[in-house]
Design a protein around this ligand. Structure first.
Ligand SMILES: O=C(O)CCC(=O)C(=O)O
Ligand SMILES: [Fe+2]
Length: 208
């Protein structure tokens, strides 16, 4: 199969691919934060979703996502209160979106080990139409960005590499997307992680 283009031109309006957005120093720094988050109070886990279990290991900050709605405590893990949304992540979200008022209140750290994928889905548990910001570190993946109506075509495949950012808002905010494939062993040695780490930030629309 041919490699998808590095800079696709046919993303739906509202979706933006920002290749090489993070420096290697920034990637390493985020990986160090992730290692600290893993120490708790809530360990990462693979959530149940529908009738199955996800292959991706997830850890939430700000608001905990338990496969359906949001809570402050990890109701499906150990019921501990999760860590707050870090200020630096809000600043990163503002830089990626270019919107100084953007205030994400939830951060999801997704770790893809060998063979992990994420099926086509919509980020639909938030009541806010504010954009979703995603950062990629580690293994390269094939990220599939689709349409708002169906899990199938039309979609655009983007190769997300270590350091890339992607944002979807506006008319693309509720579009289906997923990660059909991670290219095992492609992480740059220096980034400090094996597999793929994805950081996704959102505005839940929940009251504090
Ligand atoms: O890993 C990714 O790039 C996408 C993650 C995602 O879609 C999600 O967490 O909702
Ligand atoms: Fe998503």
């Amino acid at each position: 199969m041919p490699e998808p283009p590095r800079e696709p031109v046919d993303l739906p309006s509202g979706a933006r691919f920002l290749p090489d957005w993070l420096t290697m120093d920034q990637q390493q720094w985020i990986v160090r934060q992730y290692r600290q988050w893993r120490n708790g109070p809530v360990p990462p886990r693979r959530p149940r979703y529908g009738s199955g279990q996800m292959s991706v290991e997830m850890l939430s900050l700000g608001w905990h996502w338990a496969g359906n709605g949001f809570s402050r405590n990890a109701v499906d893990v150990n019921n501990a209160r999760i860590l707050p949304m870090p200020d630096w992540a809000v600043k990163v979200g503002r830089m990626v979106t270019g919107d100084p008022t953007y205030t994400p209140d939830s951060l999801l750290a997704n770790h893809y080990g060998p063979g992990a994928t994420m099926g086509m889905h919509r980020d639909a548990d938030e009541s806010s139409p504010a954009p979703v910001v995603s950062l990629s570190i580690g293994d390269t993946c094939r990220f599939r960005f689709g349409n708002a109506e169906t899990r199938t075509k039309p979609y655009t495949d983007v190769e997300l590499r270590s350091g890339d950012a992607f944002v979807f808002g506006g008319p693309a905010r509720w579009n289906f997307h997923g990660v059909p494939r991670v290219l095992d062993g492609t992480a740059p040695d220096e980034c400090g992680i094996t597999g793929r780490l994805n950081i996704t930030m959102r505005v839940t629309g929940m009251d504090s």
